[in-house]
Design a protein around this ligand. Structure first.
Ligand SMILES: [Zn+2]
Ligand SMILES: [Zn+2]
Ligand SMILES: [Zn+2]
Length: 209
């Protein structure tokens, strides 16, 4: 089993927001997903929202002098036009933090931060509800998976040892094709279908909590 294949699958899953843990076996991984307890949509702890109105962080800077928004990604803290410090504000115009009365208090005056939505601000909270179904319950789910790379024309076999895995990902040598199955189910129906997508989310949909 090429360790490279396990690594490339692991990196792909990490880029899709899963946490991956290697076990002491070369071709086993534990996949962890932080998700909504009800619909299993990913729960992203990097997403922050305004504590006051729930608006999701738009990652924009705002210059109040010039009334200009710019992206915070790679952007400078100072406004290009007037050279004053820009703020990471809440994008909701009617949010209390944007009112004339409170704008400065929440966005400028508080020490060490530059706007309600900045990382240091005490006024943002991590995601509090599911963006898909609105549920406020989140959960960590984990599956233990074996990855098996098949040689050209090699048939699928499931050993009794494989039964301890939640899922097996079969993949073909030098091909980006995958077949994911529960080992016990495969033994019963023997159905296999290789596709060019790695449908990891399906594993979590089936899990009972
Ligand atoms: Zn707000
Ligand atoms: Zn400006
Ligand atoms: Zn949900």
């Amino acid at each position: 089993m090429a360790d490279l294949r396990v690594k490339s699958i692991s990196y792909k899953l990490i880029s899709e927001g899963f946490d991956i843990y290697r076990t002491d076996q070369q071709n086993e991984i534990l996949i962890n997903k932080h998700c909504c307890a009800d619909c299993k949509t990913s729960w992203n702890t990097d997403i922050t929202e305004c504590y006051f109105c729930g608006t999701i962080n738009p990652y924009l800077y705002f210059c109040k002098n010039c009334n200009i928004f710019t992206s915070t990604k790679g952007g400078k803290k100072e406004c290009k036009e007037c050279n004053t410090l820009k703020q990471k504000i809440c994008f909701n115009d009617s949010c209390v933090t944007n009112s004339e009365e409170f704008y400065n208090i929440f966005n400028i005056n508080l020490k060490n931060y530059e706007g309600v939505m900045s990382r240091e601000s005490p006024c943002t909270v991590s995601q509090t509800y599911c963006f898909n179904c609105g549920s406020t319950n989140n959960i960590n789910l984990a599956v233990i998976v074996r990855i098996i790379e098949l040689n050209f024309n090699e048939k699928i076999t499931i050993s009794s040892e494989d039964l301890r895995f939640d899922y097996i990902i079969f993949t073909k040598k030098e091909k980006k094709e995958y077949f994911i199955c529960k080992p016990s189910e495969y033994l019963i129906n023997k159905k296999e279908k290789f596709i060019d997508k790695l449908e990891i989310n399906k594993m979590f949909l089936d899990l009972s909590i």
